[in-house]
Design a protein around this ligand. Structure first.
Ligand code: NAD
Ligand code: ZN
Length: 458
C-alpha cells in the first residue's frame, strides 16, 4: 500500500505563531478546497467564553479545553483547522495531529506578527520583549510538528498536494528509478544515483510498448520510488507505470514543460494512449511530491510554451486573476496552486468539482478529434476558450491577445459528433458568469454548434 499523499484523506492543520494569519489563510484554503473551516480558538470561545478570561482563570484548564476541542474537530469530516499558537505544546495534540492531519506551519516574520497583534487582548501579546522571546522559542516547535512550511494560501495548497517550488536537490527515497524524456535529459542532466530509464521525447512515450518495457526494466522493488522527469507525456507514463508496477509504488513528478508544471503533473491523473485514442488507459495515482523548477522552461520551444500558455489563460480566467501577466515562477506557482485547490476539493472526481478545469476543453477536444489530431491540444484549448467566453458573453481580449487563436481545418460533423459524445447528451459546458466564477451549465445545441463552427476554417 502506497503511503497517503500530503493532505489527501486527512485534515489540514495550520500551526504557527499568533499573528501569522492562520485564520485568514485557513478560511481561504477551506473555501478553495470546499472543506469546512474550523478556527479552533473561535470554536473554544463559542463553547466556553472569551479566551483571555479562560486563560486568567487557569492556563492548565484552558489547555485541557483546547485538547478536547481539537479532538472533537479531528473526529469530524476532513477540514481545514487553524490552531491557536500554543496548541502544539500539548503532546496529546501533537500525537493526534500526527495521525489525523497534514500539518503546515504558517510562517511569518516577528515584526509583522507583532504589528498584527499588538494592542489586542491576547494574553501572550502584551509585552513586545516577551512576545519576541516566545516567537523564537516556538519556531523550532512548529518546524518539528509540521510537514511543510507556507506563507500564504497558495503555499498551503501547494504543500497539501506535496508540490514544492524550486530546483534545490531533494531526497527521492532509496535509489529512485528515473524515468526521463530522452531530450530533456540531454538538455538538463539529472543524476539521482538510481538507474535511469529513458523514454521517447513527447507523446510517443505514452504507449503500452513503453510501459511494458519499463515494467520489465525496473528494478526498484516495492519500497522504491519512480521519478518522472519530462513534460506531461513523461509524467503521465511514469505515473501510470508507478500505479501499476508491483501493484503500485510511490512516485515523484518533475515536470519540465509549462503544461506539465501548471496542469499535467498536478492532480494525480496518469495514463497512456491506446490504438483507439488518447488517454484511454490510466489510473489516478497521486505523486508523493511534485518538484517544480521554472528554470527548466528556458529551453522550451516557443510552440510548447504557447501550448502551456493556453492552460495558464484558462486557469487565470477560472481564478479571476490575470495570471498570464506574471513572471514565470509566480505564474506557474499560482496556476499550480489553483489547480491543487480544485483537485483537493474533489481528489477522485466523485463530486464533479473538477469539471471546472475543463473550461474550453469540450470544444478543444472536438477540434482535436475533428482534425484527426492535427490541431494540437494547446491550440485547440485557445479556440475552446474563445468559444466558452463568447457563449458566456464575456470579453475575449485576454485569449485573443495572449493566444492569438486562428480558426483551424477540421471536419465539422466529426467534431460535432465528438462534442456530443463528450457531453454525453446532457449539454453540459463550463462557462464563466464572470472571471473567477465558473459555472457548469447547459447550452442549446444550436448555440453550441454555431460556436463550434466559428472555430473551424471555412
Ligand atoms: N495527467 C493530466 O492531468 C494531464 C493534463 C494535461 C495534459 N496531459 C498530457 O500531457 C501531454 C502533453 O504534455 P506536454 O505538453 O507537457 O508535452 P510533452 O511531454 O509531450 O513534451 C513536448 C515536447 O517538449 C520537449 N520538452 C519537454 N521539456 C522540455 C524542456 N524543458 N526544454 C525543451 N524541450 C522540452 C519534449 O521532449 C517534447 O518534445 C499529453 O499527452 C496530455 O494528454 C495530462
Ligand atoms: Zn488541457
Amino acid at each position: 500500500m502506497v503511503a497517503e499523499v500530503a493532505a489527501l484523506g486527512k485534515h489540514l492543520a495550520l500551526v504557527g505563531f499568533m499573528g501569522a494569519g492562520k485564520s485568514t489563510i485557513g478560511a481561504r484554503v477551506a473555501e478553495r478546497t470546499a472543506r469546512p473551516f474550523v478556527d479552533l480558538d473561535a470554536l473554544i470561545e463559542k463553547r466556553h467564553g472569551p479566551i483571555p478570561e479562560l486563560f486568567r482563570r487557569s492556563e492548565t484548564e484552558f489547555r485541557r479545553i483546547e485538547e478536547a476541542t481539537l479532538a472533537d474537530a479531528l473526529a469530524g469530516p476532513e477540514s481545514v483547522i487553524a490552531l491557536g499558537g500554543g496548541a502544539i505544546l500539548s503532546p496529546l495534540n501533537r500525537e493526534r495531529l500526527a495521525v489525523r492531519a497534514f500539518t503546515v506551519y504558517v510562517d511569518v516574520d516577528v515584526e509583522t506578527a507583532w504589528e498584527r497583534v499588538r494592542g489586542s487582548d491576547r494574553p501572550l501579546a502584551q509585552r513586545e520583549n516577551e512576545f519576541r522571546r516566545l516567537f523564537f522559542q516556538r519556531q523550532r516547535v512548529y518546524s518539528e510538528v509540521a510537514a511543510a512550511v507556507a506563507e500564504d494560501a497558495d503555499g498551503v495548497l501547494l504543500a497539501s498536494l506535496g508540490i514544492v517550488m524550486g530546483s534545490e536537490p531533494f531526497s527521492a527515497g532509496r535509489a529512485p528509478a528515473l524515468v526521463a524524456d530522452e531530450r530533456v535529459l540531454e538538455l538538463h542532466p539529472l543524476d539521482l544515483t538510481g538507474p535511469t530509464h529513458t523514454v521517447p521525447a513527447g507523446e510517443g512515450a505514452k504507449s503500452l510498448t513503453v510501459v511494458a518495457r519499463l515494467w520489465s526494466e525496473l528494478t526498484v522493488g516495492r519500497e522504491g520510488t519512480i521519478v518522472g522527469y519530462g513534460g506531461g507525456s513523461t509524467t503521465d507514463v511514469a505515473g501510470f507505470v508507478a500505479a501499476t508496477y508491483l501493484r503500485g509504488v510511490p512516485w515523484i513528478a518533475m515536470p519540465t514543460t509549462l503544461t506539465g508544471q501548471v496542469d499535467a503533473a498536478v492532480g494525480g491523473k496518469t495514463g497512456i494512449n491506446t490504438p483507439d485514442g488518447k488517454n484511454l488507459a490510466g489510473a489516478v495515482h497521486f505523486p508523493q511530491r511534485v518538484v517544480i523548477s521554472s528554470d527548466l522552461l528556458s529551453t522550451l520551444p516557443e510552440r510548447e510554451r504557447r501550448a502551456g500558455m493556453a492552460e495558464v489563460v484558462k486557469t487565470g480566467l477560472l481564478a479571476g486573476r490575470e495570471l498570464w501577466t506574471l513572471p514565470d515562477e509566480r505564474m506557474v506557482r499560482a496556476c499550480a496552486a489553483y489547480k491543487a485547490g480544485v483537485v483537493l476539493s474533489d481528489p477522485y472526481e466523485t463530486e464533479g468539482r473538477r469539471t471546472v478545469l475543463n473550461l474550453g476543453h469540450t470544444f478543444a477536444h472536438a477540434l482535436e478529434v475533428g482534425s484527426g489530431y492535427r490541431v494540437r491540444h494547446g491550440e485547440a484549448v485557445a479556440l475552446g476558450l474563445l468559444a466558452a467566453l463568447r457563449l458566456s458573453g464575456q470579453p475575449t481580449d485576454a485569449v485573443e491577445e495572449m493566444l492569438r487563436p486562428e480558426p483551424v481545418e477540421a471536419d465539422v460533423d466529426v467534431a460535432w459528433a465528438a462534442l456530443e459524445r463528450d457531453k454525453k447528451g446532457e449539454g453540459i459546458f463550463v462557462l464563466l458568469e464572470a472571471p473567477g466564477k465558473p459555472v457548469v451549465t447547459t447550452v442549446r445545441d444550436q448555440d453550441a454548434r454555431r460556436a463550434l463552427e466559428s472555430l473551424i476554417r471555412k
